[in-house]
Design a protein around this ligand. Structure first.
Ligand code: SF4
Length: 92
């Protein structure tokens, strides 16, 4: 069960989580970071260090953030750059 980064990361990209990840599965887009669900080992190290509270266990996502499970996964199969749904979010 992978962890998922959500919209609280958008236009913040603190990146503390990147240094905590033992398998280097957190990658930057232009406006937010994304977790590769195929590489995440569910260690949970990234979740508490995010100052935005942007990281959630996939099965514990609040209903309004469920779509970020797909958004994180599709980032890694897409053409590069942010997921289109993230690119379309208003600027903070
Ligand atoms: Fe990396 Fe662990 Fe976070 Fe998965 S749960 S993204 S392996 S730090």
């Amino acid at each position: 069960m992978p962890y998922v980064i959500t919209d609280a990361c958008v236009d913040v990209m603190d990146r503390t989580c990147v240094d905590q990840c033992p398998v280097e599965c957190i990658r930057p887009g232009e406006r937010m970071l994304y977790i590769d669900p195929d590489l995440c080992i569910d260690c949970g190290a990234c979740e508490p260090v995010c100052p935005q509270g942007a990281i959630h266990l996939a099965d514990a996502l609040p209903p309004a953030l469920q779509r970020f499970r797909t958004i994180n996964a599709e980032f890694f199969t897409g053409p590069g750059g942010d997921h289109p749904d993230v690119a379309a979010l208003p600027s903070r």
